[in-house]
Design a binder for this molecule. Structure first.
Ligand SMILES: [Zn+2]
Length: 378
């Protein structure tokens, strides 16, 4: 993980705006880092915090000025070990560490107890090793209205040594009163060539790297997560290839068997994720795996649609062009565009925690029966 600001790729604009305000002595005490998941918001928040806490921060001469952590002082070392007392990440899985949270599992939203006990009640605690205490609230869009209201006072006037960074991928979920108290920093998507290069650094080559770059749509973090998963058995890329093969050959009598396979594949990916990620709830991991599988299908259908309409845009599944041609032969363009819309509807089922196998059965029923039945979701 890039731990210094100068190691972060393709977020020069966001980091530049942080640096300029800092150099001018106008550092805000509450930030809102906004942008899609996986574009580097949390990585930047960590690196920014590390710089603020560093006892020997470096300053690159010239214009524009650029401050960074040294990577060698006690504070930097403590930070890297994960035990810096002045760096406080806040995430919903902390629920198990709240007063009444023993044996509780993390809900889908940020629990109010976490915000109260780990942010509001702690905010006056002075720094122990540095000049600042940096709080980073992950998934701030999942902080509900009443918790956002409870946070207003500390966002308005935090103690001078505090820096609060809210990380958010859905601005529309934030109250205007929250937004107005935070300094916004926008994070844009990362270009696919950079993603392909980063994947090559961890040993992922073409055509797989090209697929993940296309799949992730500029979210480097997501591309790295998928590509570096090492499940027992098939890797996600192999699963994607088989999934498309099955999709192109889907027939009504096999629906249950195929759905069973998809459900198993999704569980297989989720298990690998659980092993790779601490602090993420099982529900979130399952959801991520299911959404990923649906995304793979959606992109394949969109590709087939592109062939029909002769779009200039390259295929996402350029590595499986013959399979996409088979799909295009199997389905008329009107049907494909209807199916793509249904895939977006199915993502809502995932959000609503509908049983996994049921979701995949519905996907396949839509595909195989779409010309004979009136679809139940549209
Ligand atoms: Zn340092």
């Amino acid at each position: 993980m890039a731990e210094r600001l100068s190691d972060i790729v393709c977020q020069d604009k966001a980091i530049g705006s942080l640096q300029r305000a800092y150099a001018a002595g106008r550092m805000p005490h509450a930030y809102l880092f906004c942008g899609e998941d996986g574009v580097g918001k949390f990585t930047t928040a960590r690196a920014w915090a590390k710089m603020l806490l560093c006892q020997n921060r470096t300053r690159r001469a010239g214009e524009p000025v650029f401050f960074d952590s040294c990577g060698q002082c006690d504070s930097c070392r403590l930070f890297e070990s994960g035990g810096h007392p002045d760096f406080q990440p806040i995430y919903k899985e902390l629920i198990t560490f709240t007063k009444d949270g023993k044996n509780k599992t993390a809900p889908l939203d940020m629990p109010v107890d976490v915000i109260r006990e780990f942010l509001i009640d702690k905010i006056t605690t002075r720094p122990q090793r540095s000049q600042h205490v940096v709080y980073v609230v992950q998934e701030a869009e999942k902080v509900n209205r009443s918790s956002q209201n409870a946070m207003l006072k500390i966002l308005e006037e935090p103690p001078t040594f505090c820096v609060i960074i809210l990380i958010c991928s859905r601005l529309e979920k934030m109250l205007p009163t929250t937004l107005s108290r935070c300094h916004p920093v926008r994070f844009g998507p990362i270009d696919s060539q950079t993603i392909i290069r980063k994947l090559a650094e961890i040993g992922i080559r073409e055509p797989e790297s090209v697929y993940w770059a296309n799949f992730s749509e500029g979210r480097l973090g997501q591309a790295l997560e998928w590509a570096s998963l090492t499940p027992k058995g098939d890797r996600p890329y192999q699963i994607k290839c088989e999934l498309l093969e099955r999709l192109a050959g889907a027939a009504l009598p096999d629906v249950l068997e195929q759905a069973e396979w998809m459900s198993k594949a999704s569980k297989h990916i989720a298990a690998a994720w659980s092993a790779a990620m601490e602090n993420v709830s099982t529900k979130d991991i399952n959801r991520r795996a299911q959404t990923g599988a649906i995304q793979m299908l959606t992109l394949a259908l969109t590709d087939a649609l592109k062939l029909h309409v002769g779009a200039a845009e390259p295929l996402v599944n350029v590595d499986q062009t013959p399979v996409i041609h088979r799909l295009a032969d199997n389905y008329e363009p009107e049907l494909l565009s209807l199916l793509v819309r249904q895939m977006y509807a199915l993502r809502r089922w995932v959000e609503d925690n509908v049983n996994e196998k049921l979701i995949f059965e519905q996907v396949l029923l839509n595909l195989t029966q779409s010309d004979i039945i009136n679809l139940s979701i549209s």
